[in-house]
Design a protein around this ligand. Structure first.
Ligand SMILES: [Zn+2]
Ligand SMILES: [Zn+2]
Length: 217
């Protein structure tokens, strides 16, 4: 099932939630309407679900982005690379999560050994990746993991497991750090203007709303 969340004509951004994989991790498809170039953020569903979403919109994938290196956000990161030829990008501090089932938490939660091919692109804070007429700005927000990032595209902010509607991600898994999380949340709260927030789990929200009622922000 595919749910179209917004169709923002002003900035030609289309954001679709490709319904989550078995762990409830959101997968986002962001497409530039003019060129049909897109990025997929956190390929958590099975590959045929993602393929249907891409085919339905006739978009090509330029980048596959991971908000962080947990297994429930990257179910199809190898098969989607095979399907599209697009490179996978993750913050360099989470690079080892792809190849280490302890760091990606699969061993901890499932007692399994899921690993993936290394990422083609290692991200740093402030990096930008362009697709069509749009660009993704990387904001490094460690705390949930060392390499957790938020991705800013226009007025949309994809927060992964850093910021949820009314809550924040846990800091007790490998690489987690509550003090880094506090600094990252302060940085998000200090962003200029309002943002539509698309989270790693649960519903979308806005930065203004979170500043009002999220006790962690
Ligand atoms: Zn996570
Ligand atoms: Zn998660």
């Amino acid at each position: 099932m595919i749910e179209l969340i917004i169709n923002n004509q002003e900035v030609n951004v289309k954001v679709a939630r490709i319904n989550a994989g078995e762990f409830g991790s959101n997968c986002w498809l962001v497409a530039d309407e003019a060129t049909s170039e897109s990025v997929v953020i956190d390929p958590s569903p099975e590959i045929d679900v993602i393929k249907r979403a891409l085919d339905a919109r006739g978009v090509t994938v330029k980048y596959i982005l991971l908000t962080h290196g947990h297994f429930d956000h990257m179910t199809s990161c190898d098969t989607l690379r095979d399907l599209t030829g697009a490179p996978l990008a993750v913050h360099r501090a989470d690079a080892d999560c792809l190849t280490n089932a302890y760091l990606n938490a699969n061993r901890i939660f499932m007692d399994e050994n899921l690993t993936y091919r290394p990422a083609e692109i290692l991200l740093d804070d402030g990096d930008t990746l362009s697709f069509g007429s749009l660009s993704v700005k990387v904001i490094h927000t460690p705390g949930h993991t060392k390499g957790s990032c938020c991705f800013m595209i226009g007025d949309a902010l994809f927060t992964g497991d850093t910021l949820f509607d009314g809550s924040v991600g846990r800091c007790d898994l490998p690489g987690g750090d509550i003090n880094e999380m506090k600094r990252s949340l302060a940085r998000i709260a200090s962003l200029d203007g309002d943002f539509k927030i698309y989270t790693g789990h649960g519903s979308n929200t806005t930065l203004e709303k979170q500043k009002l009622y999220n006790p962690y922000l």
